[in-house]
Design a binder for this molecule. Structure first.
Ligand code: ATP
Ligand code: MG
Length: 176
């Protein structure tokens, strides 16, 4: 990690409005711009070719992507989906314990816990492992109360309007 006198915090971006992942990525850009070392771990990514994967790699920001190429069904999680979430969790644990990063984003980890792909206890364990200097950002709807309790900053994106509601499809470069 870059400096040993930083006070790292846990940030949570949750809620049903747009902006959770993009807010987390904004923090990554800001951190990288000051020479801090960020790492983004995507949980539960489906088959969209998200622009951020290319952009992060282009700027030599470490990124790992987990998930299966189809929409998650919360009542019927697929074995491959659970396995991918387990691998993502393992990667997150190793990255936190390695102390190589100043900021780690665990994108959609709240949803992985809410859908039962990972155990909530394992998620809370990650938060407990955070070195004091490291920043952690968790995104996704349905952040669980124990996660909210451990977080230092919680922002809830609330959907007031979204063009999907009037039939506009996801646009390359904006939604993915
Ligand atoms: P973004 O990645 O744009 O910051 P998000 O991380 O807040 O959005 P997710 O819950 O991860 O949103 O949703 C996944 C996809 O659905 C993204 O393409 C996102 O832009 C889009 N989306 C976000 N909020 C809404 C909404 N209220 N209605 C419809 N689609 C949404
Ligand atoms: Mg998101």
């Amino acid at each position: 990690m870059s400096e040993n006198n930083r006070a790292g915090i846990i940030q949570v971006f949750t809620g049903d409005g747009k902006g959770k992942t993009t807010a987390a990525l904004g923090q990554v850009i800001r951190a990288a711009g000051h020479g801090l070392r960020p790492y983004v771990i995507f949980f539960m990514k489906g088959d969209y070719p998200y622009g951020e994967f290319n952009a992060l790699r282009h700027y030599n920001i470490d990124v790992s992507v987990f998930g299966i190429p189809c929409l998650a069904d919360p009542s019927h999680p697929k074995p491959e989906e659970i396995e991918q979430a387990r691998l993502a969790l393992q990667e997150a644990r190793q990255a936190i314990d390695s102390r190589r990063y100043d900021l780690i984003v665990l994108d959609e980890i709240n949803v992985a816990a809410a859908f039962g792909l990972i155990e909530l206890d394992d998620l809370v364990d990650l938060l407990n492992r955070k070195p004091p200097e490291m920043d952690l950002i968790l995104t996704g709807r349905y952040a669980a109360p124990p996660v909210l309790a451990k977080a230092d900053l919680v922002t809830e994106m609330r959907c007031v309007k979204h063009p999907f509601d009037r039939g506009l499809l996801a646009r390359k470069g904006i939604e993915y």
